[in-house]
Write a protein that binds this ligand. Structure first.
Ligand code: GLA
Length: 384
């Protein structure tokens, strides 16, 4: 659905044209997984799939929400109804953002909102961050707050952590808010410093596929929290603020100090080696050696599968099949336990690869995956 259609539907619903229309994308993460809550490095890029919101201000503090993607009418939330943990459906994301803005002392009263999103949900592609960021940007713009993208991302993360109750890091919201077309975002999650790294695969005869396994494992929320707690335990045992502070060269010594804490040792090993893989990827891309990032991606998958243990049979099936069919590299992307994998391949190999992965899923009796090409796209912006 385009900006025009979203605006027209808004007008039908609320009886007046919207003041504006904004968009915020989903993302894939190229490399740097489960590092963001360890103050580490990540490297996401924005997808063309995005959430679009038509929004107008209201002076009475009421938030009215409607989604083209969910059955049901307009949901009306009076200002005193915005309370963490209260909303348990999709409205928690936009409501949480309005709550976080007000909590931070920004003079946001109410809004009428109509939303529509093409970011697949439950696929590990940050559909919720897209919803949060599009609302944050719209309210920022309409109420003249002038907040930079990284600050909007922080407020959206607070909405997700406190209002929705999901203990996620800062990557997804920053990716949606700050990515630029044709680039991957090299982000230091400690201070949110950013570098846009040119990432034009098509110019080099390459493609990056997203394979959505359509699997959503139960308990993923709880498992994510457990990994996070395990990393915090590791940092505490090693006497550092965050695992980011363990240099790659000091990894063996750190692991030795963890003695028989086998579970924590594995988590630490993943995080420290993953930060190094992000830095290696950046260096290779800067050197114009894009094909060479393939094996780095694949190493990252092995670490997530064996050490961090957040993969699942379907993600492993994508990675193994793609590699055996000639992919340059492949890995799960996002939080794991289902969702999507990415596959880096020569453009000329893409059709065969896709077919091979689809056949492997059919042979294993699994639901057919959704495969699409990921083109580094624009971050959040005003459309109309
Ligand atoms: C989810 C979270 C992110 C990040 C990834 C794993 O997408 O929302 O903050 O932790 O998992 O890298």
């Amino acid at each position: 659905m385009g900006a025009q259609q979203v605006a027209e539907r808004f007008t039908e619903l609320y009886g007046a044209e919207p003041e504006g229309v904004w968009a915020a994308p989903g993302r894939v993460n190229l490399i740097g997984e489960h590092t963001d809550y360890n103050d580490g490095f990540v490297m996401p890029f924005a997808l063309p799939q995005q959430a679009i919101a038509a929004v107008s201000r209201r002076t009475d503090g009421i938030l009215r929400l409607h989604s083209a993607d969910i059955e049901g009418g307009v949901v009306e939330l009076p200002p005193d109804a915005l309370e963490p943990g209260r909303d348990t459906d999709w409205t928690a994301y936009p409501a949480g953002v309005a709550w976080a803005l007000r909590e931070a002392g920004h003079g946001v009263t109410g809004a009428d909102v109509h939303l529509s999103s093409t970011v697949p949900t439950g696929a590990g592609l940050s559909s919720s961050a897209a919803l949060e960021v599009v609302i944050a940007l719209a309210l920022d713009d309409l109420y003249g707050l002038g907040l930079p993208g990284w600050k909007l991302a922080r407020l959206c993360q607070r909405a997700e952590n406190v209002y929705v109750g999901a203990p996620t890091g800062i990557m997804d919201q920053t990716a949606s808010a700050c990515c630029e077309q044709g680039h991957a975002l090299f982000l230091d999650t400690r201070d949110l410093s950013q570098q846009q790294i040119p990432f034009d695969l098509a110019a080099e005869g390459l493609r990056l596929l997203v394979v959505d396994t359509q699997v959503k494992h139960a308990h993923s929320g709880g498992e994510y929290g457990k990994r996070r707690a395990g990393c915090e335990k590791g940092a505490a045992l090693l006497g550092v603020d965050a695992l980011r502070d363990i240099p790659y060269a000091g990894l063996d010594a750190a692991l030795a100090r963890l003695g028989d804490e086998e579970e924590v040792r594995r988590l630490v090993r993943h995080v420290v080696t993953e930060d190094e893989r992000v830095e290696r990827t950046v260096a290779l891309l800067r050197a114009g050696d894009t094909r060479a990032i393939g094996p780095v991606l694949t190493e990252g998958h092995a670490s997530l599968r064996d050490d961090f243990r957040v993969s699942c049979p379907e993600l492993d099936l994508v990675v193994d099949t793609a590699l055996s069919a000639g992919a340059l590299g492949a890995r799960m992307t996002g939080g794991g336990f289902g969702g999507s994998a990415i596959v880096l391949a020569e453009a000329t190999d893409v059709d065969t690869l896709t077919k091979t992965v689809e056949e492997a899923f059919a042979a294993a009796g699994r639901t057919a995956p959704r495969v699409f090409e990921a083109v580094p796209s624009a971050g959040a912006r005003r459309l109309v």
